[in-house]
Design a protein around this ligand. Sequence first.
Ligand code: PXL
Length: 276
Amino acid sequence: MKRILTIQDISCLGKCSVTIALPVISAMGVETVILPTAVLSTHTMFKNFTVRDLTEDLIPITDHWKSENVRFDAIYTGYLGSAEEISIAKHIFEEFRTDDTLIFIDPVMADNGKLYPAFDMEYAKLNASLCGEADIIVPNITEACFMTGMEYKETYDEAYIKEMLDALVKLGSKMAVITGVSLSPGKTGVYGYDTEEKRYFNYQNDRVDAVYHGTGDLFSSVAVGAMMRGFTVDEAFKIAADHTADTIRETLKNPEKPWYGVDFEATMPSLIEKLK
Ligand code: PXL
């Protein structure tokens, strides 16, 4: 069985980061080791959330794993709480990376043209340098703009996305995949560039008109989980995009109208089906 280390926060209530990555990747048949960067009462879209920062625990935890000769097939980072945690993540890559380790970075920090409350431009620059260490990075358009200095646009064409991908891979990753790329009305998907094969790839599916927190975390968890289950990068991103859209559709059916997260629990059986 493949083993992933995921480094991101625990938002106790909110269905994002570890509370998505752990159940989803485990259900996909991949061992999931967690390194929590902080414990928050909720994700940061709630008001008055509490935060317990765990920065000083990260190195002792990973030193212990090192002494136990633990190996990881992939390291997947999501929401990191601070500049210091970015440099610790780099250190963890150095400690645990082998020729076969997939480093998958979701540079979670922004959406809809704006940085999340905890972050500033300095953090965006550090996140860009962390992305340079990755095999695959999966920013959304807003995060890509903050990391490349490109102007954020709500309407754009394919040339804008390709220019953004070229700027992203210059940060140093082998592959960049921009999420939430909509190239025609009613459609949305991912657009990537692979520097090794020197090719762009693009997958669009039907756009579901609803926005929920945690959908990026679901997308990344499914993509990295599928890669660990032996799917090609293209197949893994297709499965992740389809599954995220299916989960948003399912959430829209919920009469309680959840606003803070998606009903990923309800679509878990269909995720397992997609792996067959
Ligand atoms: O879903 C990304 C995410 C992860 N962790 C925390 C967040 C968010 C998005 O808002 O606030 C704490």
